[in-house]
Design a binder for this molecule. Structure first.
Ligand code: UDP
Ligand code: MG
Length: 333
């Protein structure tokens, strides 16, 4: 007789004997570091083939670089055409859209994303693949001894905490892009058509058997971070508004309590009017109170605008990115 656990077992996706691992790497003006990346990445992947008997492919997405990155990627494709694919964007569409495109052009049973600047050491891919082979559908990462500016580290910590409060996502370190996903999660992410997204959080919302590991973090090998403070703030807004409507609900709540307070103040002032008579004192307090309320109101309006703006962008249904061309071998899948 078939037991319940047998039938449950059938639901667990079977891992093929030589699974294909896709590595997805967004590249934006990284010419100085690419050579080093190729050397370290391909040698650790070749080792992976020996150690874990997997196959691999690497998908680079050139996110409209204005330097020699595209030429360097093309040269690497010519060197290793059997395992390399290069997707060329027609402009700069951002890291997360580049990764999305990478998902569309990858065929792996497992997909691993990492940065091109060598802040995520390619040698760590090994441990991620091992966990994916064990059946975890999402392998998250925590950067050990993070090598970023002190300001970035503190700001990130604060954002992680805020995000944890207002969304249901419980990742320890949202910012680390080196992550592993199985095919089911990647397919679900491909179906998610939002314009402003944050891939690690999106993947996490679909995960049913996630795990987090600590990975090493290195200094940027060359060049500078592509994110300005403004872009980081925007990205965090995307994260919060893209995964929760709690800020809007919080605002309704603030509005409700402010209205209650004002009503109480009004009643109190009416009583004073009858008991003490007309008073002109406290006019400036009233002004201050008024300005404060106006500030709250404007902030609320701005917040509403953030959501409305995103709805507007979404309903226009413009392509999320434009691919100019793909370098791949004809017989690649
Ligand atoms: N990146 C991209 N498009 C962009 C900005 C960045 O594809 O518009 C890539 C970049 O080449 C790198 C990764 O995203 O591979 C992370 O960028 P960066 O290292 O500048 O971010 P940080 O590590 O400072 O958060
Ligand atoms: Mg970086």
């Amino acid at each position: 007789m078939q037991t319940i656990s047998d039938s449950l077992q059938k639901l667990v996706p079977q891992i093929p004997s030589h699974p294909l691992v896709s590595i997805v790497i967004p590249v934006y003006n990284e010419e100085e570091g690419l050579e080093q990346l190729f050397t370290r990445l391909y040698s650790s992947l070749d080792q992976l083939v020996i150690d874990l008997s997997v196959r691999y492919e690497v998908v680079f997405i050139n996110d409209g670089s204005s330097d020699q990155s595209a030429a360097k990627l093309a040269a690497q494709f010519e060197k290793r055409p059997d395992t390399t694919r290069v997707v060329l964007f027609n402009g700069n569409f951002g890291q997360h859209m580049a990764i999305m495109a990478g998902f569309n052009y990858s065929h792996g049973d497992f997909v691993i994303t990492l940065d091109a600047d060598l802040q995520n050491p390619p040698e760590e891919i090994h441990r991620i693949v091992e966990l994916l082979l064990k059946g975890h559908d999402y392998v998250g990462t925590i950067r050990e001894a993070r090598k970023d500016s002190r300001f970035r580290r503190y700001a990130s910590k604060a954002m992680n905490q805020l995000r944890e409060r207002i969304t249901k996502i419980t990742m320890t370190d949202q910012g680390c892009m080196m992550r592993g996903y199985n095919r089911r999660i990647v397919n679900l992410m491909k179906k998610s058509k939002e314009l402003n997204t944050f891939i690690p959080a999106l993947g996490f919302t679909y995960a049913s058997h996630p795990i987090e590991i600590k990975v090493k973090h290195e200094e940027r090998f060359a060049g500078e971070s592509k994110y300005s403070l403004y872009q980081l703030i925007r990205l965090n807004f995307d994260l919060v508004t893209g995964f929760s409507v709690l800020p809007l609900q919080a605002f309704s709540l603030i509005g409700f309590f402010l209205a209650l307070g004002s009503a109480a103040l009004f009643i109190y002032l009416i009583f004073r009017r009858f008991i003490i008579g007309a008073e002109v004192e406290g006019v400036f307090t009233l002004f201050a109170l008024n300005f404060f309320l106006m500030g709250v109101l404007l902030f609320g309006l701005g917040l509403l605008g953030e959501y409305v703006g995103r709805i507007y962008q979404q309903v226009r249904k413009r392509p999320r990115y434009v691919v100019m061309g793909v370098l791949e071998q004809d017989d690649q899948q």
